[in-house]
Design a protein around this ligand. Structure first.
Ligand code: SF4
Length: 286
C-alpha cells in the first residue's frame, strides 16, 4: 500500500543543528496555516537534505547542487504552491554555486534555506567553501553567502539565522515564506547549523554571532548600508545574523506567467482531447 504524507524518523546525530531548522520550519508552517498539500520541499545532497523526509508534505530529493533548477521548475508549473528548497553549504556554495547565483539573479519566488555547518558532514568532515582557514588542513578563506547575495542587485530577501536562536529562526522563516508567497521573489535564508559530530561550533557561534538589527544605522531596505554593516561585522571576526536585506521585487514567475489561470498545472492534458497534438509532437522525435 502506498503511504503518503508519512514522515520518517530523523537519521541525524543527536544534537545536530538541523533539528532546530526542522522544528522552526514546522512551527512556521503551523503559524502561517500552510496546508501540507500546498507545500513542496526540494532538497540537496548532504545530511541537511534529509529534512524533507521528516516533514509532512510533498518532497523531492534532487541531484547534488541542482535543487534550485528543480524548485524553479515546480514554481513555474504551479505558482500557487509554496516551494522551499533546502540543502547544505557544500551543495549550495560548491557543487551548486552557479545555480545559486543565477537563481538569486532571477529572483524566483521560492524560499532557499542553506544549513551551513562549515563542513561536509555526510562524508565525515572535509572542509567546505565556508570552512575557516586552518580547519582540517584548509588553507583557503571562507565564502560569505550573505555578502555575495547582497552584491546581486536583483536579490530581494537575505537573512541569516542560527540554530542556537530558535525564536529568531522561526521568525525569519515566517518572513521568508511570506516574502515568496507574496510574489516578491526569492527569500534566501542561511542558517548557521552546527555539525556536532565533525565541527561543533555551538559555543563559538554563541560568542561571535552579531544581530545586525542592533546596529544604530540598521535599515534592511538600504542595500548600500547593509553591505557596509555586513562587511564591518565580518571584518571584526563576528558573523552577522538577522534580517539583512528586504525589498519589494517582482518574482520571476510573475513576469513569466502574469495570468495565474494560464499556468502549466491548469493545462488540459487529457489524451483523447489532445491526441493529434501528441502525435504531432511524436513526429519531432522520429
Ligand atoms: Fe548533523 Fe553532522 Fe551528524 Fe550530519 S554528521 S547529521 S551534519 S551532526
Amino acid at each position: 500500500m502506498t503511504r503518503v504524507f508519512e514522515p520518517v524518523d530523523s537519521t541525524w546525530c543527536p544534537g545536530c543543528g538541523d533539528f532546530a531548522v526542522l522544528s522552526s520550519l514546522r512551527k512556521a508552517m503551523a503559524e502561517l496555516e500552510i496546508k501540507t498539500e500546498n507545500l513542496v520541499m526540494v532538497t540537496g545532497i548532504g545530511c541537511s537534505g534529509g529534512i524533507q523526509n521528516f516533514m509532512l508534505n510533498y518532497g523531492y530529493h534532487a541531484l547534488h547542487g541542482r535543487l534550485l533548477s528543480t524548485a524553479t521548475g515546480i514554481k513555474l508549473a504551479n505558482p500557487k504552491l509554496t516551494v522551499i528548497a533546502a540543502g547544505g553549504d557544500g551543495d549550495a556554495y560548491a557543487i551548486g554555486m552557479g545555480h545559486f547565483m543565477h537563481t538569486l539573479r532571477r529572483n524566483v519566488g521560492i524560499v532557499y534555506i542553506v544549513m551551513n555547518n562549515e563542513t561536509y558532514g555526510l562524508t565525515k568532515g572535509q572542509p567546505s567553501p565556508t570552512s575557516k582557514s586552518g580547519f582540517e588542513g584548509n588553507i583557503e578563506e571562507p565564502f560569505d553567502a550573505t555578502l555575495a547575495a547582497l552584491a546581486v542587485r536583483a536579490t530581494t530577501f537575505i537573512a541569516r539565522g542560527f540554530s542556537g536562536k530558535p525564536d529568531q529562526l522561526t521568525n525569519l522563516l515566517k518572513q521568508a515564506i511570506q516574502h515568496a508567497q507574496q510574489g516578491k521573489g526569492l527569500a534566501f535564508l542561511e542558517v548557521l547549523s552546527p555539525c556536532i559530530t565533525f565541527n561543533d561550533t555551538y559555543k563559538l557561534w554563541r560568542q561571535i554571532t552579531h544581530d545586525v538589527t542592533e546596529e544604530q544605522d540598521y535599515n534592511p531596505n538600504n542595500r548600500t548600508r547593509m553591505i557596509s554593516i555586513t562587511l564591518k561585522v565580518l571584518e571584526s571576526g563576528r558573523i552577522p545574523i538577522g534580517l539583512i536585506y528586504r525589498s519589494d521585487g517582482v518574482s520571476y514567475e510573475k513576469k513569466v506567467l502574469p495570468n495565474l489561470e494560464n499556468t502549466p498545472v491548469n493545462t488540459d492534458i487529457d489524451i483523447k482531447k489532445n491526441l493529434s497534438a501528441y502525435k504531432e509532437i511524436l513526429t519531432l522525435f522520429k
